[in-house]
Design a protein around this ligand. Structure first.
Ligand SMILES: [Mn+2]
Length: 238
């Protein structure tokens, strides 16, 4: 029997990530996956990219990866003058990251499936089907989704209103059991067909992982999972 371990939004919090991996008690053959937002806001973005490559840790695309790719490509096109428009922490990342690393980020999938387990960054709404031919709108939505309005359409976080529901509370399980990140909760967000594991490490919360058993037929037991967390060593971002 092997395990799949999924990690919440690391955001460059490499120290906490290393402690969490220790605590996850990994065995040879275990599969490790990040929910995206590997980089940005925290202290060690580039080092975290090196670290996950070295340890063969998979990831899906997060909105922060998508953003760095976009900024980097604009910087290549427009040069030095574009840097003035970029926030300091992102400027640092763009100046340190290599073209090769950008290409690697560009190849990140928008979702990963392991039998009944699906991993993605933000969420999916009622009509979204996860298939190979996602259009740009669907890709963006998967990395950014939080709340849905009464017509089950996404709304911006800053327009939040109690009448709106978080997507995972309406999700019917049609794309399997979804583990996601993106929206920081104080504690993991547990719903019938999903689990949110961004517990806001970079904001001084916790870094959380979830561990699933995989049987000989490669089936993932999504009913019995184990949550593992480590406290943030400090608050890196407000
Ligand atoms: Mn995010």
């Amino acid at each position: 029997m092997k395990n799949i371990v999924v990690y919440g939004d690391v955001h460059g919090c490499l120290d906490e990530f290393k402690i969490l991996r220790e605590k996850a008690n990994l065995k040879a053959g275990d599969i490790e996956v990040l929910v995206g937002d590997i980089i940005n806001k925290g202290p060690f973005s580039i080092e975290t990219l090196h670290y996950i490559k070295k340890h063969n840790i998979l990831s899906v695309m997060g909105n922060n990866e998508a953003r760095i790719i976009k900024l980097y490509n604009r910087y290549l096109k427009e040069g030095e003058k574009y840097l003035k428009e970029i926030k300091p922490h992102e400027k640092e990342t763009i100046l340190q990251i290599t073209k090769k690393e950008i290409v690697r980020l560009e190849k990140l999938p928008y979702f990963l499936k392991f039998s009944n387990l699906t991993i993605l960054h933000g969420g999916i709404k009622g009509s979204t089907k996860l298939d190979k031919k996602l259009d740009n709108k669907a890709k963006k939505e998967i990395t950014l989704l939080r709340f849905l309005d009464r017509n089950l359409e996404p709304i911006a976080w800053n327009n939040f209103d109690e009448r709106y529901k978080f997507w995972s509370e309406l999700y019917d399980g049609r794309e399997g059991f979804i583990v996601f990140g993106h929206h920081p909760f104080d504690e993991p967000k547990i719903d019938e067909f999903s689990l949110g594991i961004d517990t806001g490490c970079v904001y001084g919360g916790k870094l959380t992982a979830v561990k699933f058993n995989v049987n000989e037929r490669e089936e993932v037991d999504t009913k019995n999972y184990k949550l593992i967390s480590v406290l943030a060593l400090k608050k890196y971002w407000v």
